[in-house]
Design a protein around this ligand. Structure first.
Ligand code: ATP
Ligand code: MG
Length: 187
């Protein structure tokens, strides 16, 4: 099973965030847009994992969450990886507050303890809004930078849990299911 660890957002924030990106989706860009229900913040991508290891992975998520207190997370700012001119992923950002860094680090550490390779790339917390199609010509993204700069969104949520997610890929796109929810300590 294909697994990852993520922070999911409350319905209202997810909808507001998705709505704020409407001008992007109207921009006739060669992009596969993420549906409103699928918006999430990935902390750790685990990839293909034997179903028999699910309990072990779940315990590692619990261990990472335990002793971590709920915290406020600002969600704001639009951008693209690696950059707007040669975008592959278009995103809405999250402030990398220390509590989030710590939580991500704890997840990374616990997963490393049970054999998952450590992420070497720096952590850039974001909600993926869309993925540029592989066959897109760079010229087709000419207006993206301007569009991104004109967008506005600023909100804050309280992160109360971290989730183990399953991803099922199909031609229609990825379908995510929450397998386990590890609650953070209340303040
Ligand atoms: P698709 O692959 O069909 O575009 P997806 O990327 O949403 O869909 P997955 O590939 O299963 O679905 O990824 C699940 C989550 O993990 C997503 O948030 C994705 O951005 C992230 N992710 C996927 N691969 C990696 C990776 N190699 N490193 C870090 N994060 C990853
Ligand atoms: Mg993917």
């Amino acid at each position: 099973m294909r697994l990852f660890v993520a922070v999911n957002l409350p319905d209202t924030l997810r909808k507001a965030a998705w709505n704020s990106a409407a001008p992007l989706r109207d921009g006739r860009l060669p992009v596969k847009w993420v549906g409103v229900d699928a918006l999430h913040l990935t902390l750790k991508f685990l990839g293909e994992v034997d179903a028999g290891r699910r309990a072990e992975v779940q315990d590692a998520v619990d261990a990472a969450a335990s002793g971590t207190t709920q915290f406020a997370l600002p969600v704001l700012g639009f951008g693209a990886f690696p950059n707007p001119r040669r975008a592959r992923v278009i995103w809405l950002g999250c402030d990398s507050v220390p509590e989030l860094e710590l939580l991500q680090h704890r997840v990374e550490q616990r997963m490393s303890d049970i054999g998952f390779p450590l992420e070497v790339r720096p952590f850039h917390p974001h909600l993926t809004l869309g993925r540029v199609r592989r066959d897109a010509r760079p010229a087709s993204l000419a207006g993206l930078d301007d569009l991104l700069q004109r967008l506005q969104f600023q909100a804050q949520t309280v992160v109360k849990s971290v989730d183990l997610m399953q991803s099922e890929l199909s031609r229609a796109g990825a379908r995510y299911t929450r397998l386990h929810c590890a609650k953070l300590d209340s303040q």
